[in-house]
Design a protein around this ligand. Structure first.
Ligand code: SF4
Length: 389
């Protein structure tokens, strides 16, 4: 039987799709083989400045659960069943030894569950540093930036201890440059999704972006550059489909099959998926104190989500802006089951969309879902109700 050799965009996409579904972390193992004695630092979603890890010459890896590819057998005996799935399977990755390559693990206090994850991690995986990066509770406080700058400094000192080498300002500036480039490329990917969604499906953009969570950003930049160069050569044809914004993927990630079924009925022209890679939405300055520039970027250049509290960014208004800027006609308001911040915000979003008479569909999901028939019917009915209104 002839083996199909893929070329162009598909050849770039295929290994990224495999990585997105693989919980054995082959790219991290490859990195270790090429960097004997190198250190890997994991961090949980959402707002962690990977530049700190990268500047230390270590590999940052985002821990974001395991979807349906791992059953949380051991984790379930350590945390309540009412806890969101991403935390349970992330913990299972630890218990099963799959992320034993990590020298340190950081969480941020985005919610009670994430805050406690570092403690559970530290108690169960001895020898691995497990810490919390404390983000400012009040992003509008006068001292928020200087406080966070010092907090980043504290984490940096710990990373210096682990790596056994000093991290200079020049290292940080270089890393900021690499990540600025990565963010620019991801913004380009999203621009294409907004302007010509028939050339780039959300599931495709998703796996391309997700590859960056388990490899050095320089490598990821190469992948994104190649993919962006190939997209204009694709031959997708514009279809008469409803354009929607998908909101609710900021932390726990919906299954790819769920995104795919939505895309079979409409175009997803913007979303908050993989926010942990894209939370800074402009370039971080590469002049002055780099820690200050990163801290200021959390306050001044970061996107909204249910787990960031900033009076200057009312989330409902930010969602309306996302709808307007993407030219969407409707919103899919999703929330991960058991995610308190996500479910709370879903109610607030719902009220605003009702007031503005923007059609929306409420969905809830779990990363480990595998049956979608009911959801498929709901999405199809929703889209038809808009088309035939
Ligand atoms: S999914 Fe929600 S509850 Fe779970 S860690 Fe993320 S923000 Fe917290």
């Amino acid at each position: 039987m002839a083996v199909e050799v893929r070329s162009g965009f598909e050849a770039i996409l295929e290994p990224c799709s495999e990585l997105a579904e693989d919980v054995t972390y082959p790219s991290v193992k490859r990195w270790h083989e090429n960097h004997p004695g190198g250190h890997v630092v994991g961090h949980f979603q959402v707002y962690f400045p990977e530049e700190l890890i990268h500047a230390a010459g270590m590999l940052p890896v985002t821990l974001m659960g395991a979807g349906s590819r791992l059953e949380a057998k051991q984790a379930d005996s350590h945390i309540g069943s009412f806890i969101c799935s991403i935390c349970r399977t992330s913990l299972e990755l630890g218990f099963s030894g799959r992320v034993g390559f990590m020298d340190a693990f950081y969480t941020t206090p985005i919610c009670d569950v994430a805050r406690n994850l570092a403690g559970i991690w530290g108690r169960n995986f001895k020898g691995m540093t497990a810490e919390i990066l404390y983000l400012p509770q009040n992003a509008n406080g006068k001292g928020a930036v200087t406080y966070l700058r010092d907090e980043y400094g504290r984490v940096l000192a710990e990373l210096e201890r682990i790596s056994g080498r000093p991290i200079e300002e020049a290292d940080l500036r270089r890393s900021i440059g690499v990540y600025n480039e990565n963010r620019r490329l991801l913004r380009d990917l999203y621009r294409i999704k907004r302007e010509t969604p028939w050339l780039l499906a959300t599931t495709e953009a998703y796996v391309l972006a997700k590859a960056g969570t388990v490899m050095p950003r320089e490598e990821h930049n190469e992948i994104l550059r190649s993919a962006l160069a190939e997209i204009p050569n694709r031959t997708g044809r514009r279809q008469d489909r409803v354009r929607v914004v998908f909101e609710g993927g900021f932390c726990e990630q919906p299954p790819l099959d769920m995104l795919q079924l939505i895309e079979e009925a409409c175009y997803i022209v913007d979303d908050d998926l993989l926010l942990g890679m894209r939370w800074i939405d402009q370039d971080v300055p590469q002049t002055g104190d780099p820690l200050f520039a990163l801290a200021e970027s959390y306050i001044e250049r970061s996107t909204y989500s249910p787990v960031q509290h900033d009076d200057r960014k009312p989330k409902e208004e930010m969602l309306l802006r996302r709808v307007e800027e993407s030219g969407a006609a409707a919103v899919i308001l999703a929330a991960a089951k058991m995610c308190e911040p996500g479910l709370d915000e879903q109610v607030a979003y719902q009220k605003t969309l009702e007031t503005k008479q923007i059609p929306f569909l409420l969905l809830d999901f779990e990363e480990k879902m595998t049956a979608f028939e009911r959801m498929r019917m709901e999405v199809e009915t929703f889209v038809e109700s808009i088309l035939f209104d």
